[in-house]
Design a protein around this ligand. Sequence first.
Ligand SMILES: O=c1ccn([C@@H]2O[C@H](COP(=O)(O)O)[C@@H](O)[C@H]2O)c(=O)[nH]1
Length: 244
Amino acid sequence: MSTTHKSAKDRLIVALDVPELARAQEIVEKLAPFVGMFKVGLELYSVAGPAALKIIKERGGRVFADLKFHDIPNTVAGAVRALVRHGVDMLNVHAAGGKEMLLMAREAAEEEAARQGRKPPLLIAVTVLTSLDTASLKEDVGIERSLEEQVVHWALLAQRCGLNGVVASARELEAIRKACGPEFVVVTPGIRPTGATPDDQRRVLTPAEAVRRGATYLVVGRPVLSSPDPVAAVTSILGEIGSI
Ligand SMILES: O=c1ccn([C@@H]2O[C@H](COP(=O)(O)O)[C@@H](O)[C@H]2O)c(=O)[nH]1
């Protein structure tokens, strides 16, 4: 279990997976009092670019730029520097990019933050996407290790390269905590309240179980965004997390 004490609100990240900036802005307005961070992913960033980060910052919110960089080290370093200039609080790269890429990403984040006179954002490595299961990791991606071993392998690589944590499913929390310790940040998507549809997620867990197993942050998208009452959906999740 992580020793980092956070309120239920601080742990909750809502994914702004919507196709229009105006819709994102509506959600931010409604949910800002209840949510620790908003996540801007590939869809919204491709639609609106840095304006998507700005609407969150202007509302006093914290921003997770979930752009999952995976390219040669120099290209990733340049993209990381640009996100740091936009003042994001968390950003991520794929662990599969390898050691040199992770090291250059970290250096870029630290140097650019120092240049801006602010503390570096949390730099997180994506391990095995939560939409994959044991069979697809082996047959489609071609990785022979077990899914949990692969997640731990990438978590240790990220830690050795000085990153703050990883994105993984809450199902791997025990193994990650054992390998990387209680302070390592673990961001867990694939969160589904009891009875919710898993959609395209393959490794899911409830909010309460994720926190019980030591998640630092929980990422929730569709269970909130497709609810007729997103505020009620969020407060119900907060109630579940808060009761742990
Ligand atoms: O392994 C990963 C990495 C990132 N994500 C992102 O989290 C959200 C989850 O959304 P839901 O609607 O709650 O499924 C989404 O933005 C993904 O891009 C992930 O799911 N798994």
